[in-house]
Write a protein that binds this ligand. Sequence first.
Ligand code: C5P
Length: 411
Amino acid sequence: MLKGKTIILGVTGSIAAYKIAGLASMLVKQHADVHVIMTKNATNFIHPTTFETLTGNKCLVDTFDRDFEFKVNHVSLAKLADIMMIAPASANVIAKLAHGIADDMLTTTALACKAPICISPAMNTNMFTNPVTQDNIALCSKYGMHVIAPAEGYLACGDTGAGKMPEPETLFEYLLKEIACEKDLLGKKIMVTAGPTREAIDPVRYITNHSTGKMGYAIAKRAMLRGAEVTLVSGPVSITPPMFVKVVPVCSAKDMYDAVMGEAMQQDVIIKSAAVADYCPAEIATEKVKKQDKDMAISLVRTPDILGTLGQRRIEVEQERSGAAGETMEHVPYLCGFSMETENMLANSRKKLSNKHIDMVVANNLKQEGAGFGTDTNIVTIITPEEQKELPIMTKEEVADTLLTVIKNQL
Ligand code: C5P
């Protein structure tokens, strides 16, 4: 995901410095060209050789190092960078960054760097909450640096509070968000629904399906990486939602209906990849239903069709626009639904497009190997009123990217 990207990691003197070896390694695995610059203090916590071994690049500490490939080192490296991340950022270095002090290789490079700069403060909680540090952090933000809020917890000094550097995995996600993708969906609001719904029978049992949420979560992540403001309405799943998206957890189809309708009209795009239950028990027993020595039946009623309701609203808005009553300012988002079939996939899916009055149906056949629930791949056909595009087997991330591109071109 980071092929061709140059990343500068600035490491300062904090106990968390050793964790940056993990980050450097993750970035190299994604094919980034990683250059590490350390303050002199940082070399007390981790040796430059560790970073040199991991990145294959010389680790810089001294501004006037003569044994180096770049001409004017700090400027050349700053110019190459797609992003600079200073993590852990000590109170001392933050103070220098806030005031333009450039007295070592790290701070000099930062001052010369026109690429985005992320800083991850890591220090004793009293140092962090000190108004001087807080003012310096605010100044860094004012000058356009992205400040990653420190986590709270037990600190190496024995205190507990804010000041912990987030784990390397989290810092990695920040870097991906900034540079992994072209921001071609910037300014777009995209709502994605994902996962199954759970329809309660009694306090113990429920009706559900095999959806794991992987497809919807992949769409939410790719849309976020491409710059969209993403709301992920998710049924109960066991996977972790992507960072930087607003997650609205729901349980039943009715909950999902309420959550989607509450924010639908502010969206540019709604992608409904959730496997919503079509039926729910007519009544939810307040106490556990006791078994008996005879068969039993549960009476089921239809759940609200969320996508159908949104499509219906589109027809009403179009009628209001063209009718004598005048104009409506209401804006109906682009509507994309998923269709999971086990037979007559294309015919059934095309019917959904017209019956639900939506713009796109993404059809997948549960019986095809590599498609459907739980897998990391999918085989889909993208159906719009104008065309039908059958895609080969792809990872769910690739499917997400392809359908987001088709949608973007139709907005
Ligand atoms: O009609 P069918 O349930 O096959 O349509 C599937 C599509 O409709 C999916 O995008 C699903 O999220 C959506 N859906 C919905 N509300 C329901 C049932 C399905 O929005 N009650």
